[in-house]
Design a protein around this ligand. Sequence first.
Ligand SMILES: [Zn+2]
Length: 188
Amino acid sequence: MELVSEIGTKNVNGKWIGFGIYFCPVCMSNVEMQNRSGKKAKTCFKCINRTHGETKTRLFRIWTAIKSRAKLKSGTYADLRVEIYERWASSFKEFKKWAIENGYNEVLTIDRIDNRLGYYPSNCRWATMTTQQNNKREIQKNNTTGHKGISIQGKKFRAGKTINKKAVCFGLFDTMEEAIECYKKMTL
Ligand SMILES: [Zn+2]
């Protein structure tokens, strides 16, 4: 999970253990956890039981990634304003239901039809990389938002930047959302 803030060490049964506040992407709340488990965990302890084995699926990673972008809406990074359909934000089940009904499969990625709008059922579709690339070109032509720092490499989305005239790759991802998230983190 994402570390929100460090708490420091606490004495637990005679041992000093580091604690922090972590953001749980499932219940979208801050929870206190030992750093040791917080860094590794995908969700808070309450949510582990609610999501069962789902956290290991690709669809779950997509869901976490879009929520993570939407979360920043209320944060400090104004350029990251992306809205998300309330029922998707609060329930992976709802998102999954929509995904399956709308033709989700392992090779498709979530695509916002109009990139200026948020993640809503009416503005989202499952698309191939090619569709997304075309969409991206369209955006660059129109000179609206675009996705700075994100390119396509093979079947992956690449997050990177030119630093001192050298192309630096931050990482390759299955979804554009994950690549954008990485780019933002690396360039803050
Ligand atoms: Zn939780």
